[in-house]
Ligand binder design. Structure first.
Ligand SMILES: Nc1ncnc2c1ncn2[C@@H]1O[C@H](COP(=O)(O)OP(=O)(O)OP(=O)(O)O)[C@@H](O)[C@H]1O
Length: 212
């Protein structure tokens, strides 16, 4: 299970979370809802270890006050992919896999790129990719990693319909294998189709919605 309690976070004077709690079980796909500016991306960035704050955490049996000790077990797909424009697709894959020490899954990334019909562009510089192509490349890298928790910020919004279907299949497979997915979306059909649970950020708290 993934359990977070006593989460407090502010940007300077701007309070985002006050003693917030969150809970998910293996296989859960959790949609985080909330108004613009309520803190959805902030929550994902805290769990990804990009923003630091102290909290109480049980990460599948590892107890800690932040995610540093389990960062290798977390995959984060931000709303704008972290890629180098002046490296090719293949070089970006190499770099990302080296960062995560997962060069063994490179063939998995390449086969996912093939499914996304991106393989012919892998020798081109990323600066010449469309936004959707960049998302496909980054998603192929992160979905191929072996992690327990996947964080996705607006995961499907830049993908065409065919790529959305492929990505959804991979996400369903991941949760069937016991992984937890936490995602944000403003598209109701995506949250209805993907979420097993919904939380809403309100009053600096994460509140479980009962009718999800
Ligand atoms: N680096 C930062 N420094 C200061 N304030 C920030 C920073 N990043 C975000 N904020 C503020 O924190 C609040 C929460 O931002 P966040 O991006 O988490 O919201 P969100 O719920 O994801 O919004 P949206 O639905 O528009 O994507 C917003 O008011 C935003 O202006």
């Amino acid at each position: 299970m993934l359990e977070i309690t006593d989460l407090n976070f502010s940007y300077g004077d701007k309070l985002i979370f006050r003693n917030a709690s969150f809970y998910a079980q293996r296989g859960d796909r959790v949609c985080i809802l909330g108004e613009n500016g309520s803190g959805k991306t902030t929550f994902l960035r805290i769990l990804a270890g990009i923003l630091f704050c102290e909290m109480k955490m049980n990460f599948f049996g590892v107890y800690d006050t932040n995610v540093r000790s389990v960062i290798q077990r977390i995959g984060f797909i931000p709303d704008k992919p972290y890629l180098y424009d002046y490296l090719t697709g293949k070089e970006n894959i190499e770099l990302i896999m080296n960062i995560f020490g997962e060069s063994k899954v490179k063939s998995k990334v390449e086969s996912l790129c093939k499914e996304f019909e991106l393989h012919e562009a892998l020798d081109n510089y990323v600066k010449d990719y469309s936004l959707g192509m960049k998302h496909k490349l980054y998603m192929a890298c992160i979905l191929s990693r072996e992690v327990d928790l996947l964080l996705l910020d607006e995961p499907l919004s830049a993908l065409d319909e065919k790529a959305q279907k492929i990505a959804l299949e991979k996400l369903f497979d991941f949760s069937k294998r016991g992984g937890v997915i936490i995602f944000t979306t403003h598209i109701e059909s995506v949250s209805n189709c993907l979420a097993t649970k919904k939380y809403i950020i309100h009053d600096y708290q994460l509140k479980l919605l009962n009718n999800a």
